[in-house]
Design a protein around this ligand. Sequence first.
Ligand code: GCB
Length: 859
Amino acid sequence: MLNIFKPLGFLLYCFFISATVFAQTNNSISLDKNWKFQYGGTDFAETKDFNDQAWSTVNVPHTWNAKDVFDDDLTYARGIAWYRKNIDISNSQLNQKASLYFDGVYQTADVYVNGAFVGCHKGGYTAFTFDITGFLNIGKNTIAVKVDNTQDSFIPPLSIGYASYGGIYRPVKLIFANEVNFYGLYASSGIKIKTPQVNKQSAVVSIDASIKNSATQSKNITLTHQIYNDKNEPIKSLTKDFTLQSNETTTISLNSDIQNPNLWSPETPTLYHIKSNLKIDGKEVASITNPLGFKWFNFSAATGFSLNGAKYILKGTNRHQDMEGKGDALSNQDHLRDIQMIKDMGANFIRLAHYPQSPRVLALADSLGILIWEEIPVVNYMNPVPEFLANAENMAKEMINQGFNHPSIIIWGSMNEILLWGKNAERVTEHANEKDYIKVLHQYAISLDSLVKVTDPSRYSVIAMHQSKEYDEFKLSQIAQISAYNIYAGWYGGKVTELKGYLDERHKQYPNQILFVSEYGAGSDARLNTSKPQRLDFSSQYTRYYHEEYLRQFKQMPYLSGTAVWNQFDFSQPNIGGTIINTNQKGLVNFNRTPKDVYYLYQANWSTKPMVHIASSEWTQRAGNENEKAEITIYSNLKNVSLNLNGKKQGTKSLNDIKKAVYELPLKYGENFIEAFGYDGNNLIKDTLIINLRSREIDAKSFKSIAINIGANTQYLDKQGQIWLEDQAYKKGEFGYIGGNPITMNLKKVIRGTSDVPLFYSSLEDLQGYKIDVSDGNYELTLGFVEQESTNEVDRVFSVKANDKEIINNLELNKQIGEFKSYQKTFNVKVKNNEGINLTFTAAKGKTILSELSVQKVI
Ligand code: GCB
């Protein structure tokens, strides 16, 4: 509402003030607690006397979308919300320069102090700060922030595969400073630290300090940089005296040599730091501390990456910033846990995809030792208009200026899979024909990449692409210094083993291109398990196979400069299909941060900390046959592992090229106690697992119920502990289908109306019958269905008979239930003459279909 009063030149004004305020000083007050919050646009909510009593009270980090992103109605709250907070200001504070500093607000923030508009910031992933000196009074002051997470076609990202959680989701500070202070552009610290020369014997540190005198008189100032080593001992001091006129800004560059620097690497994250301060008449008026790390690195198209003079394998992963229950409003402890988990897995590299993440993450990467690729959120397509480019450029400048001093960062990214939506993007058809769009896109790609290179020539630039020839055709694949590819061979299509062939071919064709695998991954669901894994089945077992084969192939490509798993953690992806609602399931770790088996595969291959893990650890409740051999897989970084099953020795095995040992063992019904162990020197390292096996045969005497995951090769364990058996062609004495083809739901379609999504993800189509060999008696039969195709693409009408009695008559799922919506119905069936339950499916139009079947004996 208030926006209508804004002057026409508002946008320019918005950029100007968000870019030019103070650096952080010691005197900062956290504003994280006790904000009044309301979702929805409200008139006059910026005014000081507005009554917000009825609003809820929240602390930041906060988002209003932590839960509704996972609703299956396919919408979540995207709109305007208000945050308000009162603060008390003292007389002495009023005499200082004051600024508000936001670590991140999604996506547009209009900030008001005591009813006055102090600035707006666009873009949800970078920090910003506003000068509020002169807007404060002694006593009570009101800060009001209007936050908007509506899709905005001028602000990257446009079409995205992750949630746009709205909110002030990172910390907020109020900073008081002297009128003489460090002066950072783009909410940076005002200090830029470079290490233009580093080797084992010596290094050069160069420090640019920007300083502003906002006072009305000139000032004589002393600038000092005190360099401390990793033991917190002062090792060098650089000082300069100078005079600044009123309202003058200057940049002072000072250099220092450091002899025998302790080098920074992921294995030895030796962190020095620099305390910079300003003094007037011997009194300190500003001070700030920045990290310092000494390393040198290089990417080569022929030999990959090197760090501190030696070839270095980048073992990487991607990270999204959200988690179960919290959305993207993570605490510092959450960030620590995440980065520590990645470190413990043995990774030494993270791509912060697809946007700049919390400053805390960068600080953790510096101190724990992880190399970083950070990127701006230009994803899938662009709006080919200057305002979009300007916003993207502003984000890139904020990201680089804010991250500049972190020794962990080695790569800046400017876009991801920008041709994915090329032809379909609404902006393409609205504003330009495809050819013109590509021309603009090419120009914008060059602009963004050049901006990245010019703003920070000490790191490498990258563009991430999907496997499409169009990047070559449209001359996009060679713009950035590193050409990164997102490769999903063996998941969305093709075979896992095609990875190497694809990259070898590229390397041959473009020998000067530095190649990086920026994404690869397969989805899984802990509740789905199988002894016969298949592509797209979401079983842990297929995901293991996928990652094992990728790891194996990576080792055979010496030119490859680095790799990053998609993704470390499951994350929100509104409107994505699969077996967990609105969730991208390709994480090595579940959304609630429990590791999946594949996490341990990487740990075995990458970490030196001794470990043993028994895989299929989430498949503890199994149905099978007692005499069948079960595959028990061990991941370990020890030389040998031994295994005991139910107290009996099963032998010792060495680990193969991908640190895996496989045992084939017959399990007994009931509990099976498995113990895998090995030695690191004299230290016993072990893992245990209890597998509970029950029979999948139908025993006439004891039969109570059976549940079948129709059309699936996986067993599904539901919340009640019921095992839904994998489907099979009919076997006498058991159960199974007669005719039909197993199918899975299109990965772009969300299955609605059920808490058992996995049951409806796979179905059997075109079946003629289904038979369950239960003995005579009364039963409850439940059938579940879901339409797989969009309403206008399918015409499917069918009927079902149970033992010759019609139970479903001309069911038309699209019309009667709705597309992609689950439908369940229960029937009573009487079984006589040892005929079992015989279902007959007949189609009047299209093909018959069935997704779920369970039978319960009525006693
Ligand atoms: C990609 C995208 C990423 C998706 C991922 C997937 O290539 O860059 O944002 O989440 O694929 O899982 O499909």
